[in-house]
Design a protein around this ligand. Structure first.
Ligand code: ATP
Ligand code: MG
Length: 418
C-alpha cells in the first residue's frame, strides 16, 4: 500500500516531465496563435455543476465521478472534465460582459472512476479549449483546426477527423423518438446496458461497443436525416470551411459523444493505433450549456484532448524526443578545506544563470569526476589547495577530456560560449 500509487494513477518521473513539458509548451504556443488564453479552475467543484453540466444520464455522472462529502457535508466532485468548470468561471466572473468571443485554453488533471487500461486512467490530464459567444461555423472549424495543427506540429499526420451533427434540441427530439421506435423493435438484440439506455438516453446506444448492438445500429435511422434547416446549413458550412482550410475529414453518424451538452457539430480525432481507446480528442458545439448553468444564452464550442493517449501515441512513433540534458558545471573539491571557496563559485555561477552543482556526498576527487560525467556536466571546475592560492582553477572539458588552468572569469566566459 505504502509503496504503490493508487490504481489508475501514475507518476511522471523527471524524464517524463521533460517530455510532457515539451508537449505542453507547444500546446500553449498553438493556442496563443489562435487567440486562446489560459484559464485555471479548481480541482474540485460542487457536484451539482457536473450533474447539470454533463447530464445525469451519462456514463460520467452515473458511474465515473469521484464524489464525496467534505467535513461540512457539502457534496464535492473532483473534476471529470474541463468544460463545466470553465463555463462556471465564465458566468461567475461575468466574462460575458467583455468583448466576445471569449476564448480559453486549459491544461488540467481530470478524475474518472474507470477500469484502468492502456490510455485509460483514473487520474488523467486534458488539454482543452473553449470558445464562448459565437454561433459561427468558423468557430467550430477553428476549434478542430487548432487541434489538428497542434497534432501535426507534434509530427502526427495520420490521424482521422470524424465529424457529425447532433442537431439542436428541436431536431434531436424528433430523432430520439424515431430512434426509440426503431430500437424498441430490436430489444432482443441489445445488451443490458443499452436496454436501460433505451428509456433514459437512447442516443448513448449509438456509442455502444457491443457487437450485437453495433449490428442493430447498421440499419438505424441517422440523425443527419433529421436536421432542421438551420442545423443542416450550419453543418454544410462547417464542411465547406474545413475544406477551405485544408482539413480532411469524414462524416461519421456514429459520433455522438459521451456528454449530453453537445448541439450541432461534434467531432473526434482518432488514431487506429490506440486500439479500443482510439479517441485522442473529442469536442464540438454546445450552444445551450452556458444558459443551462445559469448564464445568459451564449453559443459555445470546444474540445478536450487526453494527454496520456497523446503521449502514448507520440512515444510509440518515437516522436517524443527531448534535448539531452546536462549541467553547465560541476565543482569538484579536493577536500573539505576548499568547500567554502567552491561554494562561492557555485553560487556566483547560479546567480549568473548557469546550472552548477558541488559535491554533497563526501566523494573523493576521483569519484567526483566520475559522478560529474554521469550527471552529465559539460565542465568540471577542479579546486585544490593550489587553485585557492593562485586564484586559477583547473577546468576540465568533459566532452574532450582536455583540461586547462584559468581564472574563474575566463571559465565563465567559456561556459557562456557553449
Ligand atoms: P472514451 O470514449 O475513450 O471513454 P470519452 O468520450 O469518455 O472517451 P471525453 O469525455 O470526450 O472522452 O474526454 C476527452 C478526451 O479525454 C478523450 O478523447 C480521451 O483522449 C481522454 N480521456 C477520457 N477519459 C480518459 C481516461 N479515463 N483516461 C485517459 N484519458 C481519457
Ligand atoms: Mg469515457
Amino acid at each position: 500500500m505504502l509503496t504503490k500509487a493508487p490504481r489508475g494513477t501514475r507518476d511522471l518521473l523527471p524524464e517524463d516531465c521533460a517530455k510532457w513539458l515539451h508537449v505542453e509548451e507547444l500546446f500553449r504556443k498553438i493556442c496563443e496563435r489562435f487567440g486562446y488564453r489560459e484559464i485555471r479552475t479548481p480541482t474540485f467543484e460542487h457536484t451539482e455543476l457536473f450533474q447539470r453540466g454533463i447530464g445525469e444520464a451519462t456514463d460520467i455522472v452515473e458511474k465515473e465521478m469521484y464524489t464525496f462529502l467534505d467535513k461540512s457535508g457539502r457534496s464535492i466532485t473532483l473534476k471529470p472534465e474541463g468544460t463545466a468548470p470553465v463555463v462556471r468561471a465564465f458566468i461567475e466572473h461575468k466574462l460575458f460582459n467583455e468583448p466576445l468571443p471569449a476564448k480559453f485554453f486549459y491544461i488540467s488533471p481530470c478524475f474518472r472512476y474507470e477500469r484502468p487500461q492502456a490510455g485509460r486512467l483514473r487520474e488523467f490530464h486534458q488539454f482543452g479549449v473553449e470558445a464562448f459567444g459565437s454561433p459561427s461555423p468558423s468557430i467550430d472549424v477553428e476549434v478542430i483546426a487548432l487541434a489538428v495543427l497542434f497534432l501535426e506540429k507534434l509530427g502526427l499526420s495520420q490521424l482521422k477527423v470524424h465529424i457529425n451533427s447532433l442537431g439542436c434540441k428541436r431536431c434531436r427530439e424528433d430523432y430520439k423518438k424515431r430512434l426509440n421506435e426503431f430500437l424498441n423493435n430490436k430489444k432482443e438484440f441489445l445488451c443490458e446496458t443499452c436496454l436501460v439506455r433505451l428509456d433514459r438516453n437512447p442516443l448513448r446506444i449509438l456509442d455502444c461497443k457491443n457487437e450485437g448492438c453495433r449490428k442493430v445500429l447498421e440499419s438505424a435511422p441517422v440523425i443527419l436525416d433529421f436536421l432542421c434547416d438551420d442545423c443542416r446549413k450550419h453543418f454544410e458550412q462547417v464542411k465547406k470551411e474545413l475544406s477551405a482550410v485544408g482539413i480532411k475529414f469524414e462524416v461519421d453518424p456514429g459520433i455522438v459523444r459521451g456528454l449530453d451538452y453537445y448541439t450541432k457539430t461534434v467531432f473526434e480525432i482518432i488514431s487506429e493505433e490506440l486500439g479500443a481507446q482510439s479517441a485522442v480528442c473529442g469536442g464540438g458545439r454546445y450552444d445551450d450549456l452556458i444558459e443551462e448553468c445559469g448564464g445568459p444564452p451564449t453559443p459555445a464550442a470546444g474540445f478536450g484532448m487526453g494527454v496520456e493517449r497523446l503521449t502514448l501515441l507520440l512515444e510509440s512513433k518515437g516522436l517524443l524526443k527531448i534535448d539531452s540534458w546536462a549541467m553547465d558545471a560541476f565543482i569538484a573539491i579536493a577536500g573539505e578545506e576548499q568547500r567554502e571557496y567552491g561554494l562561492r563559485l557555485l553560487y556566483d555561477l547560479r546567480r549568473d544563470g548557469f546550472s552548477a552543482e558541488i559535491d554533497v556526498m563526501g566523494r573523493s576527487l576521483k569519484a567526483q569526476l566520475k559522478y560529474a560525467s554521469k550527471i552529465p556536466a559539460k565542465y568540471v571546475f577542479i579546486i585544490g589547495e593550489e587553485e585557492v592560492e593562485t586564484g586559477k582553477i583547473t577546468v576540465k572539458d568533459l566532452s574532450t577530456g582536455l583540461q586547462e588552468k584559468m581564472t574563474f572569469e575566463e571559465a565563465k566566459a567559456l561556459l557562456k560560449k557553449r
